[in-house]
Design a protein around this ligand. Structure first.
Ligand SMILES: [Zn+2]
Ligand SMILES: [Zn+2]
Length: 252
């Protein structure tokens, strides 16, 4: 079995065909799915899916793109969602200096506030990082005993190892399969017991579906790419990454 540790099922393309999405995932061996919130509304939608479907879990958090649109006591709203057992992490949070949809200063403030929440309630974080390696590492190193995952990893080997040494996991998505990607070279030097797989669907469809709506079942193609990189049997990659996901997100 495989776990899609990061997808966004609340987008219409997926939400309108949720039973189809789940049954195709099941056929490809993807039997657990973590639906990641990006603002309060979508974190609530994610929790509703987690409540309805046994094999779906959710997270609650404000994505760096969305931080400037947030109003009111958002931390309290997130905390209330996170009281539920099936809401397994704070996320997705982080920094995105590639698109800079929200100002870096606002991104940093809310990244820190949400990390503090995670620390208080003792749940892991799911973080997004685009072109913000230095600030991500600096902010994370101010906190002790944090657990979490660098989702959709797209950075350098050095950054990956720094994060791993701080205790974090690295999650690969469909971009691991893209032609000319530097990521296979990064992945092959990393310890397997720190790696996770995800789709980030509906985005980032892996080869051979590139450019089309992505869905959780395609975690399989990311895992297959890892099995090629490590020269490991796909079943071993599946059991190792699944054990990693269960350990991090505290799911059975
Ligand atoms: Zn992201
Ligand atoms: Zn995402």
């Amino acid at each position: 079995m495989l776990v899609d540790t990061h997808c966004h099922l609340f987008f219409d393309e997926l939400k309108n065909d949720i039973d189809g999405v789940l049954s195709r995932a099941n056929e490809l061996g993807v039997t657990k799915i973590i639906c990641v919130g990006t603002d309060i509304t979508d974190s609530i939608k994610s929790y509703k899916l987690a409540k309805k479907y046994n094999n779906i879990y959710s997270t609650a958090g404000i994505h760096p793109h969305d931080v400037e649109a947030v109003e009111g006591d958002y931390i309290n709203e997130l905390r209330n969602l996170l009281l539920n057992e099936k809401v397994v992490a704070v996320g997705e949070i982080g920094l995105d200096y590639y698109r800079n949809i929200s100002k870096p200063i606002s991104q940093k403030i809310m990244f820190k506030e949400q990390i503090e929440l995670a620390q208080k309630i003792n749940k892991p974080i799911v973080f997004h990082n685009r072109e913000a390696d230095e600030d991500i590492i600096n902010i994370l190193s101010d906190f002790q005993g944090l657990e979490g995952v660098a989702h959709c990893f797209s950075s350098t080997y050095r950054t990956a190892m720094e994060l791993i040494e701080m205790g974090f996991y690295i999650s690969f998505s469909g971009n691991l399969t893209f032609k000319n990607s530097h990521l296979p070279e990064v992945a092959k030097k990393l310890p397997l017991d720190r790696l996770l797989v995800e789709t980030d669907s509906p985005f980032l469809s892996p080869v051979p579906f590139r450019g089309r709506t992505n869905e959780p079942g395609r975690t399989r193609y990311v895992a297959e790419k890892l099995s090629e990189i490590f020269n490991f049997d796909i079943n071993d990659i599946a059991s190792i990454t699944t054990a990693n996901a269960k350990r991090l997100f505290n799911i059975s």
